[in-house]
Design a protein around this ligand. Sequence first.
Ligand code: SF4
Length: 384
Amino acid sequence: MQMEKIIEQCRESVEDFAFSEAKRWKEQHPGGKVIGYFPVYTPVEIIHAAGMLPVAVYGAGNRIEVKQADSRLPSFICSIPRTTVEMAFRGMWDFLDLMLFHPICDVARNLVQIWHRNFSHVPTDLLYLPQNLVSRRSGEYLCDEYARFKRLLEELSGKQISPESLRHSLQLYNRQRALIRRLYEIRRHSPWLISAADTYALLRVGTRIPVEEHLGMLEAVLAELPGRKAKPLDKIRVVFEGSFCEQPPLEFIEVIEDVCDIVEDDFIMASRWITGPVPEEGDPLRALALSYRDLFSYSSIQHDGRRSKSPGLLEKCRRSGAQAVILSPPKFCEPGLDDQVLFAQALQQEGIPYLAMEFEEKMTTFEPVRLQVETFAESLLFYA
Ligand code: SF4
């Protein structure tokens, strides 16, 4: 039962805010650099090709009390920047060699300045992703920006990143994404074989350990999954939408799963935003840069003039046979709350019931969530 052990290990690791695996990796690789990245769109392949370890920064969930961070941040913002900054005040990110942010929202865009002023002993950078993907120049701009990021890592490591090593990294991450897609395919049909909470833990661990190790875990889980002895339960099938950036606590997911089968979700998009294989032929840096423009999953923090977001959510409902949707962006997340209106309209038009509620990564009370979800599930029994 290798799978049970792996899942147990992942669940423990998700709660390890000392990042023991990353620190161990650093000890085992003298001179090795660890690059922290705020969600969501990081070309981890370039970091890997530089011989470095990419580590996703998801704050500290409900395991830390925010004290000092509130002196640097406004009150009405989501939890992830607050716990991330609190951890920085406590020196918990001092093992990082670079902290990377993206302009996904006003909060994340401004964090780079806050970081630079307060924690300059850990260098920081902002990956300037294009806001207008329809522009003819967006592709070339992206290639230039990815090339700049590659040069930054080369300066940090003192080594050149060759096209061969980048292609190799691209192949590894293509494989990781393909296995994650396979895992979700299985869960769509047979959610009782592996819970959303276990899947979440398995994916989240993959953002903080070497991809080679994570591939081994995914392969072992996928090998055992179809033969796992588990019985389907009579639960409603729901899509969970809203956790593209800040992540809910495990307990929050478990409480929902006590009542519903979560057959689709947007957890850990940092490992899932590229939706298909990145071409392995030709210039790997260009292929990676263009994957941001052409292969990304719809999301509240991405604005693409070529397509609307609601069809993406409706497609998730269709392919998973979901009976309902839980629209649950993080509290005070502006992009997520804006899209809640858009998604709610689309679901109403299609006659798909939905429950709108919020979560916070630092929440500690889950009974009100249970009550809301149970009431929603019961109301569906009378939904005509
Ligand atoms: S949770 Fe929302 S508002 Fe907060 S940093 Fe992420 S995208 Fe921005």
